[in-house]
Design a protein around this ligand. Structure first.
Ligand code: PXP
Length: 241
């Protein structure tokens, strides 16, 4: 049975919309953990557009389940990971202009650098995963760099609109899973997974961990909206003339 890591980046996105101190992603992490999440995932981007250094430091102190740090392989970010020592690192590509992580990491192109980063993170006993499209060359390159796990990019499946495209993208994930299993890798999956499209991937054997963010944060905003409104009306009425 696969487990869930909740990506709480977009709780920080709401905070950063006002550059204030709420909502605190650390509080959100507590809620996820109380609900039974296997882990908390955050992406410390180079532009710090949502999660910042303080968040990662405080999460490291407070999260009792797994802390999975998504990050690119740029040197300043690798140094932060070495200092903070999360339980797991997921290596991702990063472009400044993108809205979210677009493709998978090119493990063939960056193989040499990747192998160095994996070695340094292993020295700190951090489990290392690489976020890749489910292609054989990237899976095998990940294994060769020493990665413990791969996170198979489910974005193409999430974006597929026809039955044919859905089946094709699910088959690509299945094939990727089989290649990764043969290469001795642990298999994670994520990106674009929602309450509507999770069923077929949840039903796939061999996937150990899902990283899901936007859809859960979006649902949390709506589920909590009624209570939040009622609470504010209560205060206005309590103190109103
Ligand atoms: N996995 C990785 C590697 C990601 O970069 C992201 C987005 O930050 C996710 C999973 C979660 O994607 P989503 O927010 O679409 O659930």
């Amino acid at each position: 049975m696969a487990v869930l890591n909740v990506n709480i980046d977009h709780v920080a996105t709401v905070r950063q919309a006002r550059r204030t101190d709420e909502p605190d992603p650390v509080w959100a992490a507590v809620q996820c953990e109380l609900a039974g999440a296997n882990g908390i995932t955050v992406h410390l981007r180079q532009d710090r557009r949502h999660i910042n250094d303080r968040d990662v430091r405080v999460l490291k102190e407070t999260v009792a389940c797994k802390l999975n740090l998504e990050m690119c392989i740029a040197e300043p970010i690798v140094r932060i990971a070495e200092q903070i020592v999360p339980d797991q690192v997921t290596l991702v590509p990063e472009k400044r202009a993108e809205l979210t992580t677009e493709g998978g990491l090119d493990c063939v192109k960056y193989k040499k650098r990747l192998a160095q980063v994996v070695k340094r993170l292993h020295k700190k006993h951090i489990l290392v995963s690489s976020f890749i499209t489910p292609d054989e060359e990237h899976i095998l390159a990940s294994a060769e760099t020493g990665c413990d796990a791969v996170e198979l990019h489910t974005g193409a499946y999430a974006n597929a609109r026809t039955d044919r495209a859905i089946e094709k993208t699910l088959n690509a994930i299945r094939d990727g899973r089989d290649i990764a299993t043969s290469a001795g890798l642990i298999i994670h999956a994520g990106h674009g997974l929602t309450y509507r499209n999770i069923a077929p991937v949840a039903a796939m054997s061999g996937l150990c961990e899902f990283n899901i963010g936007h859809s859960i944060v979006a649902r949390a905003v709506l589920i909590g909206m009624r209570e939040a409104t009622e609470e504010m009306i209560g205060l206005i009425e309590m103190f109103g003339e």
